[in-house]
Design a protein around this ligand. Structure first.
Ligand code: 5BU
Length: 460
């Protein structure tokens, strides 16, 4: 233990633990951020670390070593060099050209592979790697992590039948750092807070109610959408992807009472006119829902500005919400002169099959969204910061529709439970059905039930 302690104090001095307010990959907030990457620049410490890991591996019955990308790569490499056991490299995403392999190196199906993870929180990203390796026919029995944040990850992995061990546990190391007077007063305070939170539901991020969300959202349109949702008890936005204005009006008359928003693609409407929009606007006021133009602005700022305010659609004159990609960077949505009565919904991660956005892009898109005061929320397929509303398209009850015409579909329950959605967006499943009203009722009820279930589940 002494040896391990000494070692930890050395790596601590490299700045591997940071104190502040961080959002982790899983979407959880944390006052502590741990990053082992600086060790890559210290060969002496890398060697010590891999020797400690080798000493504690659950068994020595493995023929390959693999690190969870990217932080564990240099550590796994050193382990391979120290033990003379071959390394394989797991890619985060396939390179899209050449062999398109997800795993590089020499290996055979049926070989036993030791997996190395740096920090384990929920265990979700570790499980993704395990699944990818197993898909290649490799056998994963043993997993070694450097530090366990003690937030349920180890139990989660063990439950699935893997042997997992960790070199350090957050509780132990923080206590040790305190004992050795390595921590400042403020840091000690943060740790106390950390432990308090940790005892509640494994520090799991709880789902905020719509009422609580309202406190977090400053934009009037964001608040208005939440008010409507609460009043009408519906988080359903219907996507009326119809090409004839008469049919849109017909649909809206049927389902207007059941929705908090109506999503349009005005550029697909054959007989678009501002008088049609006026009629729609009147119904939206009468039935109390917002008009959501899914324009997906995606150009440089000045062009986005023109597309928003001019042309035959004059979107800014009637839409309550408009969507925009942030592919062109934060400035592209900065000076759009959006009316104060209109909110922006960014697209951080589409629901489409084979979407190109990776974790890095999504993180940057979410950051841009958080910093822009016009943005009320975003489209993403994961949990996001509570200061944004989360819109989820690609909703269908039927599992047969999992991958249909390039879109992927999930059940409303999954949207709320897994992704932390606030609003479900449903198109074809409603407007193509024989009875859109009944179908809209079903989706409305399912969306609301899913929301209530998640509230209960996490408030336990
Ligand atoms: P569907 O019929 O339920 O598949 O309709 C989904 C709607 O949401 C459709 O208008 C799409 O253009 C829109 N959409 C989507 O499907 N996925 C996304 O990531 C985004 C929008 Br952003």
């Amino acid at each position: 233990m002494e040896k391990k302690e000494q070692f930890f104090l050395k790596i601590y001095n490299l700045g591997i633990i940071k104190f502040g307010n961080f959002t982790l990959k899983s979407g959880m907030n944390s006052p502590i951020y741990i990053d082992f990457r600086p060790i890559a620049s210290r060969p002496d410490l890398l060697i010590k670390l891999s020797d400690l890991l080798l000493h504690e591996v659950p068994s020595t019955n493995f023929e390959l070593i693999c690190g969870v990308p990217y932080a564990a790569l240099p550590i796994a490499t050193t382990l391979s060099l120290r033990s003379n056991i071959p390394l394989i490299i797991k890619r985060k995403e396939n390179k899209g050209y050449g062999t398109k392999r997800m795993i590089e190196g020499i290996y055979k199906k049926g070989q036993n592979c030791l997996l190395i993870e740096d920090v384990i929180t929920s265990g979700d990203s570790l499980l993704k790697t395990v699944i990818d390796l197993e898909k290649e026919g490799l056998i994963i029995k043993d997993i070694m992590s450097i530090l366990d944040r003690e937030q349920g990850g180890i139990e989660n992995i063990k439950k699935r039948g893997y042997n997992i061990r960790t070199l350090f546990r957050i509780g132990e190391v923080l206590k040790m750092l305190e004992k050795k007077h390595f921590l400042k007063k403020k840091e000690r305070h943060m740790i106390k807070f950390f432990f308090k939170k940790k005892n509640i539901k494994n520090f799991k991020k709880k789902r905020l109610s719509y009422e609580e969300k309202k406190e977090n959202i400053y934009h009037p349109i964001g608040k208005k959408l939440l008010d409507i949702t609460l009043k009408k008890k519906t988080n359903l936005i219907v996507s009326a992807d119809l090409v004839c204005s008469k049919n849109i009006l017909k649909l809206v008359n049927l389902i207007g009472d059941l929705i908090c928003g109506l999503k349009l693609h005005v550029d697909i409407i054959n007989d678009f006119s501002l008088s049609f929009i006026n009629q729609l606007k009147n119904i939206s006021i009468e039935k109390n829902f917002l008009l959501f133009e899914d324009r997906k602005l995606c150009d440089v700022g000045p062009t986005n500005y023109l597309q928003l305010h001019y042309g035959i659609h004059k979107i800014s004159s009637w839409a309550d919400i408009i969507t925009a990609h942030v592919l062109a960077g934060s400035d592209s949505i900065q000076n759009l002169k959006i009316p104060s009565s209109m909110g922006l919904v960014t697209i951080s991660e589409m629901s489409s099959y084979g979407r190109l956005s990776d974790d890095n892009y999504i993180r940057k898109a979410l950051n841009i969204s958080l910093k822009n005061t016009k943005v009320i929320g975003t489209v993403a397929q994961r949990k996001i910061d509570d200061k944004l509303l989360l819109f989820t398209p690609g909703i269908n009850f039927s599992s047969l529709k999992k991958n249909h015409f390039g879109n992927t579909y999930i059940h409303p329950l999954q949207a709320f439970e897994k992704n932390g959605s606030d609003f479900i967006i449903v198109g074809k499943a409603i407007y193509e059905s024989n009875n859109p009203k009944i179908e809209a009722e079903k989706y409305r009820n399912a969306g609301w039930k899913a929301y209530e279930n998640v509230l209960l589940m996490e408030y336990k």
